[in-house]
Design a protein around this ligand. Structure first.
Ligand SMILES: Nc1ncnc2c1ncn2[C@@H]1O[C@H](COP(=O)(O)OP(=O)(O)OP(=O)(O)O)[C@@H](O)[C@H]1O
Length: 362
């Protein structure tokens, strides 16, 4: 069943169009994450779903009902914000019960739901405390608990973990993953800047840029088969290396000459009409390997070595203007600054994009 349907959704602030016609179907119970650079419209889209922003054009349906003109409180949604927005003078229990009291639920039902949510989020020992006597992570769990108590059809999260320190982020992320498993009928939409949150929580990721969708897909689908250069560079960290290339032969395989002069044959089919065109060759930092043979993709001098323990990052400058090529080696790599190194990669993991940035693999 469809949890949420967006049909040609648009948003303008005066003469400025910020959302340009979004079409998206989200299944009931699905966990969808919106990612994209700052200002691409993630929050605006989420706030339109919540009913906190007016929809300029298009139609929005929640569980089959058109909700364009339905007020937020009647949409069956609950939202968790970056700032927890708890009532400071109310206990954890009362914060969680508040919405249900307003909705005139019975005392027994309120108690049942608050205790069930507290149990789910390990908040039972804190029910009598005020928010100021809780850690940031606990406060955010109260905000999540309050949302759970509303029994929403759609659960919206707007960067809920960004005020937490690194360790708490991880712990709370895992809580949210468990929660989504327990609430398997509840549709969840989550906005984040954090790649790890997107990759680990999402059933599907929606990559947005400048108010439109670049690609929608399962996390590993976007990682392995980015439809275009934008997605290729946005998903994955450090970002995919991109080297200018010229296509020199087409067919079942494609030959390209990379900036720097090396010719490479790729297992990617192209039409004869592509011959002679410029293209962008892509390889992820973690897919590069050092080789001593003549069968290499490119070679360069290492300008910076960052040893992080679990991985070593090598920066190679001079191949692409103003942008280092980055190689991510497992463990502690025996490569030093100033070394001249040849790199290779598994052919199945190479990417090629046309002049408009569309992947030839797609
Ligand atoms: N009230 C407003 N009036 C005019 N423009 C606005 C208004 N609110 C947002 N915008 C613009 O709409 C665009 C999308 O903003 P939005 O906050 O949705 O982006 P975002 O992707 O959530 O960004 P971030 O990741 O920085 O939070 C931005 O260009 C922003 O400047």
């Amino acid at each position: 069943m469809t949890g949420l349907l967006l049909k040609n959704i648009r948003k303008s602030y005066g003469a400025v169009d910020v959302i340009h016609g979004i079409n998206l179907e989200i299944k009931e119970g699905e966990f969808v994450v919106f990612v994209g650079p700052s200002g691409c419209g993630k929050s605006t889209l989420l706030r339109m779903i919540a009913g906190l922003e007016e929809i300029t054009g298009g139609d929005m349906f929640i569980a089959g009902e058109r909700v364009n003109d339905v007020p937020p409180s009647k949409r069956g949604i609950a939202m968790v914000f970056q700032s927890y927005a708890l009532y400071p003078h109310m206990t954890v229990y009362d914060n969680m019960a508040f919405g249900m009291r307003i909705a005139r639920e019975s005392k027994e039902e309120i108690d049942r739901r608050v205790r069930a949510a507290a149990d789910m989020l390990q908040l039972t020992p804190y029910l009598d405390r005020l928010p100021k006597a809780l850690s940031g992570g606990q406060r955010q769990r109260v905000a999540i608990g309050r949302a759970i108590c509303r029994n929403p059809k759609v659960f919206l999260f707007d960067e809920p973990l960004s005020n937490l320190d690194a360790a708490l982020r991880v712990a709370t992320r895992i809580e949210i993953a468990k929660l989504s498993e327990q609430m398997s009928d509840t549709t969840m939409i989550y906005v984040t800047h954090d790649q790890v949150e997107a990759m680990t929580l999402a059933d599907r990721i929606v990559v947005l840029s400048a108010g439109h969708i670049e690609q929608v897909g399962a996390p590993l689908e976007l990682y392995e088969r980015p439809a275009n250069l934008f997605v290729a560079r946005f998903i994955g960290s450090p970002a995919m290396n991109v080297i200018p290339a010229a296509i020199t032969a087409t067919g079942q395989q494609t030959a390209v000459t990379l900036a720097g002069g090396k010719s490479v044959t790729l297992d990617i089919p192209t039409n004869a009409s592509e011959n002679g065109k410029t293209a962008s060759f892509g390889v992820r930092p973690e897919d590069l390997q050092v080789t001593g043979t003549d069968d290499f993709l490119f070679e360069g001098t290492v300008s910076i070595v960052e040893a992080l323990g679990e991985v070593t990052l090598l920066y190679i400058e001079g191949l692409v203007e103003n942008e280092p090529i980055i190689a991510k080696m497992p463990g502690i790599a025996q490569v030093g600054r100033g070394d001249k190194v040849r790199f290779t990669a598994d052919k199945a993991k190479l990417h090629l994009f046309d002049t408009r940035g569309q992947s030839y693999r797609a």
